[in-house]
Design a protein around this ligand. Sequence first.
Ligand code: GN1
Ligand code: MG
Length: 345
Amino acid sequence: MEPVVFAAERFGFHAPFFEVLTDGLIHKTFKVTGNNRSAILQQVNTHVFKDIDIITGNYQLIYEHLERGSKLRIPAMLKTVDGKLTWIDKENSYWRAFEFIPNTYTESLPASSDKIFSAAKCYGAFTAALDDLDVQHLKPTIPGFHDLANRYNQLEAAVSHASHERLIKSRALLEKIEARKHLVDFYIGLKDNHGFRQRAMHHDTKLSNILFDKTSGQAVCPIDLDTVMPGYFFSDVGDMIRSMVSSHDENALADSVSVNAETYRAIISGYEAGIGNTFTSTEQENIHRSGMMMLYMQGIRFLADYLSNDVYYKINYPEQNFDRALNQITLLEKLEGFVAALPKA
Ligand code: GN1
Ligand code: MG
């Protein structure tokens, strides 16, 4: 029997029907259906999320906070037949389950500006709804996750251990990354500037991490909340720009990337509508840096993984992490041109 079938049983599903939902690069996710109900079942990647109690604790804190004071509702975590929130199988894999919110679905790229606006507003509203939660109660689930200085150091460490062949192939990209080190300096500076607040950031704001309502076509809530933790303004709006502004994601060939102006505007205006007046004036003034920060960071992360022989991201062919890095840095170059041409506020 497949491990997912055993796991489903622990969460009360007997002889279920299951579908593999493959979008993420980290966890394995399934939709299980049986006895007229469905749930999302996940095998947690514990190499990435080393402490399952931290991700579970954060999730419950967020869930309860939203339940008390917000219209926004996220899927509830489900319990096993013996009342636990997680189950460990005989291979030592952790499993958990979430309620499947009926009549919802996830969108994929390319998507209309209406969908993008609705998703961006939802991510903004999520952070706004958590504004009165003391952000220090959310524990960092991956230390240094969107710390650009940390990511830059990890790339340097990867360079020092890389194979000759992979290093030669990466040379031009490494030069482009080095030439933009001012983005790392900006990150270091913002931590000491009180105009930038620490707040609850989702940190993985892909379009596919939003549930949409099938009837209204509007965003319902963000999902994939393992990386919700204290962060800075650029992460969520920036990761949306990073992952949505081109008509295909980071797995597309670099020569196909482009900045869609309408999508860009929908992200910014949707996010502003959602986050409302919790954004400070300093954050607002710097909003157009966000996409560049995130493309730069993701380019660095993919290249560091390539130079480390692909230990982190799932790949489908040997050079995929290099191609993803090239995609992100190419999009960064295009975004720089686009932002420079924006009318000054
Ligand atoms: C990972 O697995 P997924 O797709 O939810 C990664 C994000 C990256 C993304 C790039 C925990 O997210 O930070 O932006 O891949 N998540 C983690 O596709 O590293
Ligand atoms: Mg994720």
